[in-house]
Ligand binder design. Structure first.
Ligand code: SF4
Length: 200
C-alpha cells in the first residue's frame, strides 16, 4: 500500500514518521480528516524505516524546498533516534534548514534526557505550548502524564543550548491575558513565541 511519508506544505517538505502521540489535543487535526494539505492520508500502515524515508527523498528532491519539517500525524519524538538520523542525513546531503514540530514531551516519551541529541541535527524546535498554565494545558492537550506541562517547560529551557532556535507556538484564539502570560513564559524559558492562526 502507498503511504504518505513525505508531503508538501507550502514550500516545505514535511516528514510523517509515526502516528503515535501521548496527547489527545482537543483541536488535533487528526480527528477531522485522514490527511491535510496535499496529502490524502497520513495514517501509516507501518512506521517507515530509515531506508524508506531516504528512498522517498528521490520523489521529493529536497533541493526544491525551503525547509524540512518533522511533523505529520503523530509526535515525531516518538521515533527520536530515527528522526535524528534522518535529520543528520538530510542536513549533510541537502544542507537544508531542519525544523521539528513537537509537543515538547520527548524526555517523558523516551524516559531520559534527550535535549543533547538535537545538536547538529535540528535547527528549529517548535513546541506547541497551547496554554500558559498547567490546568488549562491539561484540559486542552490531555496528555497521559500529569507532569507534562512542567516537563515541556524544562525541555524548552534545556534544548536551546543545543539548537539555534526554540519557539513556543500558541494559536490566536487565546485571550489577550493568556497570550501575555505565554509571552512571559517564553521569555522566562529564553525562547521565542509564535502566535499562529488556528488553521495553519
Ligand atoms: S500533540 Fe499534536 S499529534 Fe498529538 S494530539 Fe496534540 S495535536 Fe495531535
Amino acid at each position: 500500500m502507498n503511504q504518505t511519508i513525505l508531503y508538501k506544505v507550502k514550500n516545505n517538505l514535511y516528514i510523517n514518521l509515526t502516528n503515535r502521540c501521548p496527547c489527545d489535543c482537543v483541536f488535533c487535526i487528526r480527528q477531522n480528516a485522514p490527511g491535510v494539505y496535499g496529502s490524502d492520508n497520513l495514517w501509516l500502515e507501518h512506521e517507515p524505516s530509515f531506508d524508506e524515508v531516504v528512498a522517498e527523498f528521490e520523489k521529493f528532491p529536497p533541493d526544491t524546498y525551503d525547509e524540512i519539517v518533522f511533523c505529520g500525524y503523530g509526535e515525531p519524538t516518538e521515533r527520536l533516534e530515527l528522526m535524528i538520523d534522518v535529520a543528520k542525513y538530510a542536513k549533510k546531503e541537502f544542507n537544508k534548514h531542519i525544523r521539528v514540530n513537537t509537543n515538547g514531551l520527548s524526555n517523558l516519551i523516551n524516559g531520559k534526557p534527550t535535549e543533547s541529541l538535537f545538536e547538529n541535527a535540528v535547527d528549529t524546535v517548535s513546541i506547541s505550548l497551547n496554554a500558559p498554565e498547567k490546568d488549562e494545558y491539561n484540559k486542552i492537550t490531555r496528555p497521559i502524564w500529569d507532569n507534562a506541562f512542567d516537563e515541556l517547560l524544562k525541555f524548552a529551557s534545556n534544548v536551546k543550548q543545543y539548537v539555534p532556535e526554540v519557539i513556543f507556538t500558541i494559536v490566536d484564539v487565546l485571550s489577550k491575558d493568556d497570550t501575555e502570560k505565554c509571552r512571559k513564559l517564553a521569555e522566562k524559558c529564553g525562547v521565542k513565541l509564535r502566535i499562529r492562526k488556528l488553521d495553519t
